[in-house]
Design a protein around this ligand. Sequence first.
Ligand code: MN
Length: 502
Amino acid sequence: MMNNLKINEVWFLTGSQHLYGEEALNKVAEHAEIIAKSLDNSDQIPVTIIFKPVLTTPEEIYHTCQAANQAKNCIGLITWMHTFSPAKMWINGLKILQKPLLHLHTQYNRDIPWSSIDMDFMNLNQSAHGDREFGFMVSRLRINRKVVVGHWEDIVVHKEIEGWARAASGWHDWQGAKFVRFGDNMRFVAVTEGDKVEAEMKFGFSVNTYGVGDLVQVINAISDEAIQGLLKEYEESYELAPELKSEGPKRSSLVEAARIELGLEKFLTEGGFKGFTDTFEDLHGMKQLPGIAVQRLMKKGFGFAGEGDWKTAALVRAMKVMGTGLPGGNAFMEDYTYHFDPENTLVLGSHMLEVDESLADGRISCEVHPLGIGGKEDPVRLVFNAKGGKGLNASLVDMGNRFRIVVNEVEAYPPIKDLPKLPVARVMWKPLPDMKTGCAAWILAGGAHHTCFSQNISSDTLRDFANMAGVEAMIIDGNSTIHQIQNELRWNEIYWHSKIQL
Ligand code: MN
């Protein structure tokens, strides 16, 4: 995965018309280019913003939208009407547009130039009404878009564009992405099921199964030399438990773990996969359930979720892309157990092995312990605590007639006490608005036990993402009440049955 998003282009389109004459149109172009360049240079905005010539005819608009659809690195469009751009000119372009749209409702000047303002100024600086004409057309066409309001130099405007650009980057990454499942999902589990055909139609990624034997073949062909190299990396990166050290009694488990990691990475890389799932119920030919391998591959950017949960694996990948370059991580997570102390209620989040190394804060130990299920040899895993701070959990569920993204903002904490006997990585959090409401709302919304836990993506970004995908977003935040969530769920039920969806 890339370590920045600069390869992703957002095209900056400015609408106008011929009515104003060449002099005014030159001014429009000059201003638009200044704005586009300033956004491109903003430290806040992680993608490349590309200025495009001012659009004044339906044909130009149509061809630009057509080109945007075709451009490999174009992840979306920003539109702005410096002057009045009669919006029927936009109909045919917008009708074919397949990339996400952000309507920037700004104007070139921040302040009204009180002493010099005259009708020439008024004729040139018409965004306040020009953007409304455009907005009507996009609404009339029922096209999803983000509207950002404010002066283009305002840092809040940059942050809003950033959030949307991150969502668009995740969305772009999904188009044509391939995810591999080794085995099916965990027997009898409901929420990890879903319609993979519908997912590919809606989201653009495909999910296909490979027999675990295909993976085992690759794992078994890994050379001893490569394994030795990786063992060295383990030794340099982690605090190895004594039994895993070179003369330790469980050294063979670490050798096996390294073999699995190298095999998995080879399989994924050669197959062009952006993520994967496995299941402890289908490990024929493997000696242990992949633990450290999965943890490290997630850190490298692969999406993953356990027990065949392909929807969460895909979501983890998309959120990793959205969080590119930001401090903190986006990681496969599970609400594991609760601390119901009325003075300080908390959720302990973890998984049986596969907690993403990108969450690690401080010391990481590499340990081997029995798993208790699956009947395989003891798997090696990395054990660590995660950082506290603002975060969220996100889940993608299949409601039968539609997909729903459920998001709950949280305040995260490192474990409040030592957990000397817990052999897995972990993090704690307090759901917003509070434990009772947050958990009840999540359950009412059908959110899964598997999530992507994020330390750096906002719920606004995930709302933008859901809008790009055209799926339902249920956001549970500091202002949520059960009454409101329940009503929203009921109303959404009707909305998502209607013929027109935004
Ligand atoms: Mn699980």
